[in-house]
Ligand binder design. Sequence first.
Ligand SMILES: *Cc1c(COP(=O)(O)O)cnc(C)c1O
Length: 355
Amino acid sequence: MFYTPPPRDPNAPPLRINLLSDTQTKPTPAMREAMAGAEVGDEQTGDDPTVNLLCARVAELLGKEAAVFMPSGTMCNVAATLVHCRRGDELLAHETAHIISREGGAHAALGGFQITQLKGADGQFTPETFRAALHPRSRYQPTQTLVSVEQTANIGGGTIWKKAALDEIVTIAKANGLITHMDGARLLNATVATGIPAHDMTEGWDSAWIDFSKGLGAPIGGVLAGSAAFIDEVWRWKQRLGGSMRQAGIVAAGCVYALDHHVERLADDHANARALARGLAQINGIVVQEPETNLVFFKPDGAGVPGDKMVAELRKRGVSLAMMDGRIRACTHLDVTAAMIEETIGYVREIVRAA
Ligand SMILES: *Cc1c(COP(=O)(O)O)cnc(C)c1O
């Protein structure tokens, strides 16, 4: 049901407001122009200059030695964890993590390693919870190899891990011989919201990646960064998974364009998310989680409208969003304006009034 819009009613008004996901952004005319004019080569042999530029830019941004261009964020997670973990190893992550429930079981199917699900509010576990889940190396327990966090935590509400907590997780991990991985699908939302540079957020993390096909507005791509030796190993998995590309500079150019033009503007998405949350919270019975970035989770049940009914009613009015883990998630992005937010709040009010 994830990311799956309700079936299209042929008589429904056209979709005008897309709050379903920041993956729904369309490349802007200027981005398309940058893509059309991209210098290209063979990506697989390292000869695509635009891909090389993008990887160098992201490696620098994240403070890592090297980086690799991937077709998706999912492939960044899959390849990174496959490099870090052997069969029978144990990875620790929050129970809502994308790697657990939204990557087709890649860790089990391809890696043969298991994931211990850590609990905690807002998609985050505390350093104490992490520490408590560690066990001494022994003959009869799995080897604990890797700890992974999401910055921002998607299902947690787009929440931002505090720098101090990230540092503490790294310190505990290193003291216990664990590798650290940051799923930074929306890392730049966190850096824009806090003013903390990305390389500070990823400091001490062995691998980290950012997604370009979410709020950054590019059509395709994620870039995974780490040590040169790690990226070498990732390349083997990229090849195995069928992720090596040819004239990928065409799409990488959209990502470079996004780095130059679409990072600072993430603040607009955050402002729109706050405005949406404020408007929804003023409607009696609607429970809203205060957004920290561009994701707004809310429950309308208290207003007499079950979540799926609200989603269906909004869709009839040309607004698309979805239920996610029992709540409605609205996602602001490049193609969502402040006026659309006001219009959506008006519809929700109207739907609640009619109930
Ligand atoms: C979207 C997302 C991914 C996967 O990225 P895709 O580019 O959609 O494959 C991984 N982790 C998190 C936290 C995400 O939100």
